[in-house]
Each structure stands twice: as C-alpha cells, then as structure tokens.
Design a protein around this ligand. Structure first.
Ligand code: ZN
Length: 281
C-alpha cells in the first residue's frame, strides 16, 4: 500500500475560537500549527484565510501573509489554498487563491446544500475555475460532496481542463450532502478513474472513523478543525492531536506515513511547481 498522506484542514470558514480555542486564525497561529502538525506526520495543509476580525476572506493579502508565514515555519510542506464560497461568491475572487500559485488548491466540482446555504458551483463557474487551474498548472484537489461531482470532474478532464491523474477528496457527513459511511467510501473510491488518488474528510464525529476506514482501504486522510472540533472521546480537539490520532491508527495497522516529497510523488505534483514563488510575495 502507498504511504499515507495526512492532510490538515486547519481553520475553515465556519469554526470560531469560541467553539474551540485551539483554532488557528492568525498567520502566526496557522504557521505554528502547520509546523507542529508536520512534526507529528502531516504533510499537506488545506488553508483558509481570515481577516483582522477573524471573518472568512478571499483577500489576496490575507492569503499571502499566511503563505509567507507557513513557508518560513515549515518550508517543505505542501500548501493547498481554498477556493470555497463561504468567504465570498464572486467567481474572480474565488479564483484568486489559485493565481497565487500554491502547489494545490481545492476545487468543488458541483453544487449541494450545506448548513444554511446552497453551495453553488454552476457549470459556467466550474469551467471558468478549471481554466484558471489549467493556465496556472496548480493541481486541483477535487472536493466531492455528492457522487455526481466525480462525473463533473471527468467532464472537465475530457474537455482538456483537468489532467489525469486526478486527486479527489470525499467530504462525507456534511449536513445536506452525502452521508459518512464505509458504503459511501467504497462506492466513491470505485467510481473515480483508474490511477486517481483519493482522501477522505469525515465531518464531525465521522472524521476519525472515516480516517480509519481510508487507512485500511488504501486511501489518504484529511483531518482538522475545519471539519471536526472534538476528539472521539468528546474532548476539544486540536489539529496536532487529530494528526497524532491518525498516525497512531496507521501505525497499529502497519501503514507508513508519507513525508512531503513522498506525497508529491504519490499525487504526481509537478516538481517545477514546488518552488514557484507565490505571486508577489
Ligand atoms: Zn476548506
């Protein structure tokens, strides 16, 4: 089995420090958390930005500050910026994180309900965002909340806008979208094109059980406070403790953990993109 890539979704758009005081929000806090999680075994970091009032933002300066701090604290890790819509729905703004030239960025290839909102990603927007990914050679992580999003990704691939091998993240258990369970995971992992890689992000209480399932199925794992605020025993989680939990489960079943360069190889990241300086930093 391939070594296990552990992704950390550090902050997200929804959690607040009131909900969990361990949530990293400022560039300094995020960078320190990345370094600690990397030390514990994580190598890929899914990053959202907050403004001075800790509200979600797609502002380039906020992203730049975070990326600069992370690069200083943990230069080897893979950075994946979010193009999610809770921080703003303007198409151009949502594409901005990709234009900063991180090694990866997230890309939800369809629409679904989430708590309080329709997570709208129209066909026109998907084509637009896929074009930005193609033009910048940034590798998308295809976020799959519903099975049809796999088909949408394949449609974009067939139009020449996404390259094989694709990398998928199955987001399971978000209220309004596909339920968390081994049955979902088996169905989705068998529905992606041969040669693709996949990870799972279980939401809330599903986070660690879905991680355990992916570890034995040969997939990869995303954990973090964006998706879940508590440890399995109900205690407040931290990103580091969640990574430590995943590493412990992997060790118990004999799955080795991928270092950043091993993850780059598994994900077929373009070596030329590793050291690209993020635009204007
Ligand atoms: Zn996210």
């Amino acid at each position: 089995m391939e070594k296990l890539i552990i992704t950390v979704a550090l902050t997200g758009n929804v959690p607040t420090k009131k909900m969990n005081p361990n949530l990293p929000v400022t560039p300094k806090e995020i960078a320190a958390d990345v370094a600690a999680c990397a030390n514990a075994g994580a190598c890929l970091f899914h990053v959202h930005a907050r403004d001075q009032e800790q509200k979600p933002t797609l502002g380039l300066s906020a992203y730049k500050r975070i990326v600069a701090a992370v690069k200083q604290a943990a230069p080897e890790v893979i950075i994946q910026l979010s193009t999610g819509a809770r921080a703003g729905t303007d198409a151009e703004a949502r594409a901005n994180p990709v234009r900063l030239l991180p090694e990866m960025a997230s890309f939800t290839t369809g629409s679904n309900n989430l708590p309080g909102i329709v997570y709208a990603n129209s066909p026109q927007f998907l084509e637009y965002l896929a074009t930005v990914f193609r033009d910048t050679s940034v590798k998308p992580e295809i976020e799959v909340f519903e099975a049809g999003m796999i088909n949408n990704a394949c449609f974009l691939r067939d139009k020449g806008l996404i390259d094989d091998p694709m990398h998928f993240d199955f987001v399971l258990g978000a209220p309004g979208a596909m339920p968390a369970g081994v049955r979902s995971l088996v169905f989705l992992s068998e529905s992606i094109p041969a040669g693709s890689t996949w990870t799972v992000a279980g939401i809330g209480k599903a986070e660690i059980p879905m991680a355990a399932a992916a570890i034995v199925m040969g997939g990869h794992v995303r954990v973090g406070l964006e998706d879940n605020l508590r440890m399995p025993d109900g205690a407040p989680a931290s990103n580091v403790r969640l990574v430590e939990k995943v590493v412990a489960i992997a060790r118990e079943v004999g799955r080795e953990i991928a270092a950043p360069d091993e993850a780059r190889q598994i994900l077929s990241l373009d070596p030329d993109c590793k050291d690209r300086v993020l635009a204007e930093i």
